[in-house]
Structures are given as structure tokens and as C-alpha cells.
Design a protein. Sequence first.
Lengths: 265, 201
Amino acid sequence: MIPRSIFSVLNRAKPTFLLVGVLALTACANPDPAVTRGEPYDPYEAENRRMHKFNKGLDRALVRPAGKGYSNAIPDDIEKIIGNFAANLAMPAAIVNNILQGNGKGATEDTYRFVVNTTLGLGGFFDAASDLNMPEKTDTDFGETLYTWGVNEGPYLELPLLGPATTRDTVGKTVDLLTNPLSYLVPSPERFYGTAAAVSSSLSNRGQYADTIDSILYESADSYAASQSIYLQNRRFNLGNGSSEDYLDPYDTGFTDPYEDSDVE
Amino acid sequence: MLNNISRRTVLAQGIAATAATLVPVNVFALTDTGATNLVDKIVKDINRVIASGKPLSSMIREFEKIFRQYADVNIIARSTLGADSRRATKAQLKAYTNAFRGYVARKYGKRFKEFEGGKIEVKSVRKVKSWHEVKSTVRLKGSSPFEVRFLVSDRSGKDLFFDMVIEGISLRLSERTEIGSMLDKRKGDINALIADLKKAG
């Protein structure tokens, strides 16, 4: 039920929309307004907040109990194996994106990892590559490819089911879904093992990080603002665009300084 | 189209640029070793508390002690209040700082049990602007290792950390969002915020 709803939502995004989206994004000149401003760039806040309310309701009613139930019902070792399997199936798409980013090193390392885990790791059930201390996986996606191509982050969006995103990452996620090599190379029923594993793996994460996610969604004064801030900080960090060099020195804005430190980003 | 930079941004950038040129390059007493030593001490204390297996309430007390001893709570608290720290009185700032320390200790201290059996390792240190960034790796049971950076400064007169950044998520900036939301909910009433903060977390 959950995978179907994810797909029904994402399938509606037609490639034409994507093209228009990418063009609209690339048309924006540097510097990225979303990053240079102190405040998050959120012109669709009203719609986003409605979506946030929907997602939160869905989490409370379905995802949270399912995640906790999943995590409790399934032994940790099995959860880990399913997580490994899902991660390994995501590798071909990451390799393609590494190539698109001109990251030959990343593409090579991810390829080795995929080969090792698919063979020694018995089809990806075991993370043999990590046990062998191979380089960490790049975990890249088309959103990152767009970032390396100089596409701006664009307005903040909260997506149904998937939660916080930027416009750039929304385009990226959709392209990743439509271009995943496995969906073209692997025949029909087996193709959905990956989807099932990915959904299980997200449920597992929801269960495993229950306290963290609960504290953001249900214990913060404004869960929308909290999840937005956390998402943007973490995403920018993963794109190599959020180091502490971007913080203003909080000591430079002492008690006598009349201006706040607008240090983010 | 999207480039209508606000007056405030321009102001902030101008000030940042001026500050960068005007602030004399302090004779920084803080060295890489000093910063690393501080984080080593923090890590040792945190590991000790986790290993103690004490009940939650005393772990929270221990965490508050660590926070009080090694963090520049003044600067963190004021920073989370953001622009509103300008209109706060001295007494309000003091009361806020105390309430904030307890709030952080409760909020993050109660998560200590997740670190059980975990390990924090200091990896590297480098100088960034006026502070030192100490990078560490946290390994918890059953999850991939993640990165925590401690930002250490001696500008308070002592070597203290003023931010903890977990996978790019800054405690200080996240709490600023949270405190901002709390303040909005109370229509900007700082005294109400202080009163509620004493119970929150």
C-alpha cells in the first residue's frame, strides 16, 4: 500500500514538468538566493505547511506505528540485511550520477563497492565492502548532479510522503526514479524487490530513529520550521556546501553589537 | 528574478566584511592541540557518563555539568535568541541563559541512552576563522558512523565549545529556529519564554 501511493504521487510528475523545472532553475543566475539569505527561501510556505500537516497526520496514523512495529517485529540483523540490500540496489543510479558529475573517483569506488557487495556480499545482503574497509559509498543522487551543474537550490518544498526537499532535489528525486538503470535492466517482478526493500529500509529507519524523528515532529514548538532547518542544514552539508566556514563568528556580534548574527548558510 | 537581496542581507554582509577587515588578528592563544584537548576531555566525560549506567535523571545532571564546564553557554544562549537578544534586558538574558542550560541538558541528556556501547573518536582539527573545528566520528551500535564537529573558541577568555554540528546540523542554529518558534507562539514575550523553557525539554 505504501509503495503504491509513493509511485502514484511521483508518476504524476511528467518529464515535461521536469524539463521546465530544470530550465526554470538553471535560468536563475548565481549566487543562489536560497543560500545567501539568512532565512530559508520559502515562497510556498502556506502550501508547504498544509503538506506538512498532511505528512504529520500520515506519520502519526501510519508510518510511525508501522516503522516502530517493523523495527520491533524484525530482528536487528534482518533489518540490517534488508537495509544493505536496498543500499546495494541504489548503487547503479549513484554510479551514473557520479559519471554525470565528472566524479571518476566516486564512480570507480562505487562500482567496486557494487561488484564486491553483489558477489562477496551475496547479492547485496551483506556489506562486505565496508568490512573490507573500502572507501565509503558516495550516496549521490541526481539532486547532487544538478548542484554540481550549478543549478540553484530553488524554493523549499515539502513533498507528500517524502517530506522536506528543495526544488532542485525534487527534480533530482523524480529523475532518479525515472532513470534508475535497474528498472530497465531487471525484469518486472524482481524489479519491485528493490522498491520493497527501499520501503522496508525507510520503515526501519523510522523505527530506529524514532526518538529523533519524534522529537522533531511532535516535541518541537513548530515542527515545520524545525524539520525545514534540519533538512536544509544536513542537505547542504552533504553537498559540501554547509561547512562551519559559512557561519558568522557569534563572538563578533557581542552584546553591544546591534545586529544579529545571520550566520546560517 | 530571485535576486532581490534584502536590505538586511546587504547590511549583514557589509558588517561581516567590515568586521573581517577591522578585527585585529588576535594573538590566538588557542592552538590545535588546545582545541583537541578540550574535545578529548568532553568525549572522555561523555563516555564516562554513558558507561556509568546511572538512571536518566542523574545522567541529565551529569550532562548539564559537562555543558556548564566545557560549553560557552552564554554565547550559545544569546545566539539562539537571535535578534531578540537585542531587546532583552540584562536580567532577562541571565535568566534566559540559565533556563536554556537546563533545557538543553534535559532535551539532549535524555537521549544519552542511545549512545550506550557507542564510541566517539577525535579525528582531526583545523582552524576556521577565529575558532577551531574538531572533527570526530561517532560509532553507535547498528548504525553507520556519523560525523560530529565541535567548534571551539577561546574568545570568552577560556577554551570552550560554542557549537556542536552533527552531520552538518548545528545545535546552535537548530535551537535558534526552535527558540524563535517558541517566542513566536508567545507573541514575543521573553518572560513567558523563560518561564516555559524552565519546564521544556
